[in-house]
Design a protein around this ligand. Sequence first.
Ligand code: UTP
Ligand code: MN
Length: 484
Amino acid sequence: MIPLKRRKVSLPVNQQNDTCKFPHVSIFILERKMGASRRAFLTRLGRSKGFLIEEIYSSSITHVVSENNSGDEVQAWLGNQTGQDTSSSVHLLDIRWFTESMDAGQPVIIQDRHILKVKPKPDGDHTAMLLKSYACQRRTPLKHHNSFLTEALEILAQNAEYNDNEGRSVAFRRAASVLKALPRRVRSMEDLRCLPCLGDHSQRVIKEILEDGSSREVESTRQSEQYQAMKALTGIFGVGVRTADRWFREGLRSPDDLIRTGQQLNRAQQAGVQYYDDLQKPVTMAEADVISDIVEKAVHSVLPGAEIQLMGGFRRGKEFGHDVDFIIKTFESGQEDVILAAVIQRFKSQNILLYSDLQESTFDLRQLPTHRFEAMDHFSKCFLIVKLKREPEPDSGAGRDWRAVRVDLLAPPLERFAYALLGWTGSTLFERDLRRFARLERGKLLDNHALYDKATNSFLSADTEEDIFAHLGLEYIEPRQRNA
Ligand code: UTP
Ligand code: MN
């Protein structure tokens, strides 16, 4: 700050605005970076030529003149003086306009080169300020404006997961998720101001993509042998990161390598390798509809009153999925423990069952709440591979008229239905943040089974997902907006 003494250089009375020839041009000369004596000189010069020059900034000023300041600096100074956004009401001009006007003996027409450029406020600013830091507080549509950034960040997230670095993986996923919730395409780093969850590393990647069109780290990851092999190996049903990593270290790269080297595979992995090509092909919404019918008929043949509902990605509006997830709603206690075995039996008799892994319920409310958040839930469920009828492919000769599809069925007790549905609808990051939000912001423990209030040591009952959001004091987010 300039000391007060120097700032208040008053002008002799006889030099004030008494001979003003251009009353519609009211000039304020900014002392910042110019100094008091130069300002006083310019003021005297201007007034001697009949210009109206004010010493104090006020709303009557039409032209602000400054030297060696950027438009943003002048804007900021004015904002501080007036507490308002003055950008549209005054001309912010470089000293050149003033000196040219002095030479001309009158205010010259304002040319582009006279105007100090002020960066426009980023469009996203308003919404950016409002973006909340938990994914469960945001609406995240499936189709968004920033896939050119989120796909890159998700490659790094995936790679971190392959390297058993969960913290790093979640950080990249959070950053990607925030960009998915933005209402516009990100065009500059400025658009990211005030956004939560964007760490240094993610910002570096985004900056590089904005400036160069791609990120070297992302591209080299995408091309790396480890990334590609881990993707192929974890893409096998029944194979997790640990197993894939062990195989990778042993020099194996693909499902073919597993067969060729005669690797010991468990039952799931055998099916995973056997149906690898089919299971790699995304399941379409149309196929999910056909499977819905098959599952519904099977369920109704056993329990006519039971209902089925899609969960997972298809419930969030995805057009493709890696599997199809269903929840079965039974209305009498105990039915949830028999329905899945009966459905599996029916699929067998229809000759459409290729693989099944039935997990009986181990649910017991007395063992809750659990503090292990990523633990599998205890409901009756089955992981299946079924045959789906299709037209044989023309080039596959006498090829089979079906393809293999992964189907998951979940059968929770009725009073747990809402929690199970919410937990299995995803996305995974949305679920993670729901739990984190419940714990850190509300002192409650949430999982696929229940919501537990630590303050009252009690479980909160819920008939619908809306009830659960309400218990958490969260705005309800519809499934299609949970694509975090
Ligand atoms: P999915 O793995 O099926 O993912 O799990 P998705 O979102 O449907 O996507 P794609 O298209 O199939 O790849 C769906 C949700 O169910 C939860 C997951 O955490 C995810 O949020 N889930 C899955 C469980 O809670 N427990 C399980 O045993 C399996
Ligand atoms: Mn799914």
